[in-house]
Design a protein around this ligand. Structure first.
Ligand SMILES: [Zn+2]
Length: 158
């Protein structure tokens, strides 16, 4: 595992233990080159997910990207880091068990919003703006209109 601080490839595992109720293995790592310490998680990946953007572009699902956006929304909020990890794992498990490997980005956004809304309203509102930054404008508009009550089933044309 490459050191995130200096890029050295030879890092050492100092400690491994089960995390998130044995859903993950948490490893404390040490980089002998720069003295940096960091943590990695090992998880079961049931299947490779593909994200389908509104414009039809396909992209490999990136858990780290999802996690980054959620952590940004959660910054300085009174929520335990463990709780956030559990939420992210829960979201990924939901996506993996949807029965489809191809998942529209909109669906992912909705699931994240739903989870955030249950944990922290401020983070939920923040995520909406982060979401706007990493999705196509069109995606976000579609998403917002779905949140509005009384929305008709607009059919998107190509
Ligand atoms: Zn290093």
């Amino acid at each position: 595992m490459r050191c995130p601080f200096c890029g050295n490839i030879d890092t050492q595992v100092k400690d491994s233990r089960p995390a998130e109720d044995h859903v993950a293995i948490r490893r404390r790592r040490f980089c002998p080159a720069c003295g940096g310490r960091f943590t990695t998680y090992e998880r079961v990946q049931l299947r490779d997910l593909v994200v389908i953007k509104t414009n039809g572009r396909r992209e490999e699902f990136d858990r780290d990207k999802l996690e980054r956006s959620i952590r940004i929304s959660m910054q300085k909020r009174p929520v335990e880091p463990e709780r956030i990890d559990q939420m992210i794992s829960g979201i990924v498990r939901r996506l993996e068990s949807m029965g489809e490997t191809d998942i529209p980005s909109k669906v992912i956004g909705e699931i994240v919003m739903e989870s955030l809304n249950r944990i922290d309203t401020v983070a939920y509102v923040r995520f909406a703006s982060v979401y706007k930054n990493f999705q196509d404008e069109e995606d976000f508009e579609a998403f917002v209109s779905e949140l509005r009550p009384g929305n008709d089933d607009d059919v998107e044309d190509d």
